[in-house]
Design a protein around this ligand. Structure first.
Ligand code: HPA
Length: 236
């Protein structure tokens, strides 16, 4: 048990999928895992452990934003034995060729501030994905035929941003999408020698104002969960 995770040490698998939304953790566990058991409900941040094709997997909510994810990812890495951590979540599209429902596999995640800024200080650190996971996720997405983009994303501290000039620079510099967690996950994984990746589904588009209707979310999000699971276990 940790301050924020009530599971016993052996109740958390070495592979952890991390959606922001605890209810999405429950949905993914019920939909994709066999024998899923609730292993955490501290503060309602649900976590489940079960198996996928015989492999043990935990699906643990991270909450929204880097400070919240940082709490769970830190505890999973230092108090449990999480070796592979894959964020699954939604993002806002930034480029004209990125469409609603497309999957984004984040090679790198740019940020202005994160919980790690305090220790990185003047360093313009480039948080990046684990190469083996990234390669395997791209292969899984290609096999599925999911429309996928691989490249840089932006991890924001605010959902309601008020910097149109920053959005403009992001678009100009090829940022595919914006979300709020990946940069800190990648930075923590680097610090602790773990593997991390973010596989995201475009739920809305910042340029066009389009948004995925609620009733279509589950099917679209299913591809992302399967890509994450296949990536986690593809290289042994
Ligand atoms: N901004 C930040 N995070 C997001 C967005 C967004 O527009 N859409 C989904 N996650």
């Amino acid at each position: 048990m940790t301050i924020h995770i009530g599971a016993a040490p052996d109740q958390i698998a070495q592979t952890v999928l991390m959606p922001g939304d605890p209810y999405r953790a429950r949905w993914a566990a019920e939909t994709f895992l066999e024998g899923a058991e609730l292993v955490n409900e501290v503060r309602g941040m649900l976590g489940f452990t079960g198996t996928w094709r015989g492999h043990r997997v935990t699906i643990q909510g991270s909450g929204m934003g880097m400070p919240s994810l940082s709490i769970y990812a830190n505890e999973l890495m230092t108090n449990y034995d999480a070796q592979t951590l894959i964020r699954i979540g939604s993002c806002g599209g930034m480029q004209p060729h990125v469409g609603i429902r497309d999957v984004i596999i984040a090679m790198t995640a740019t940020t202005i501030t994160s919980p790690s800024s305090g220790i990185l200080r003047e360093m313009n650190y480039a948080p990046c994905a684990n190469w083996g996971l990234l390669k395997a996720a791209v292969a899984a997405a290609e096999t599925k035929g999911t429309k996928t983009h691989v490249g840089g994303i932006y991890s924001s501290d605010v959902f309601y941003a008020e910097r149109p000039d920053l959005d403009e620079q992001m678009v100009r510099h090829g940022i595919l999408a914006v979300e709020m967690e990946a940069a800190e996950l990648y930075t923590l994984a680097a610090r602790h020698g773990r593997r991390a990746l973010a596989v995201l589904t475009v739920s809305d588009h910042l340029q066009t104002g389009e948004a995925l209707p609620a009733d279509q979310r589950e099917r679209s999000f299913g591809d992302m969960v399967e890509i994450a699971l296949e990536a986690a276990f593809s290289e042994g």
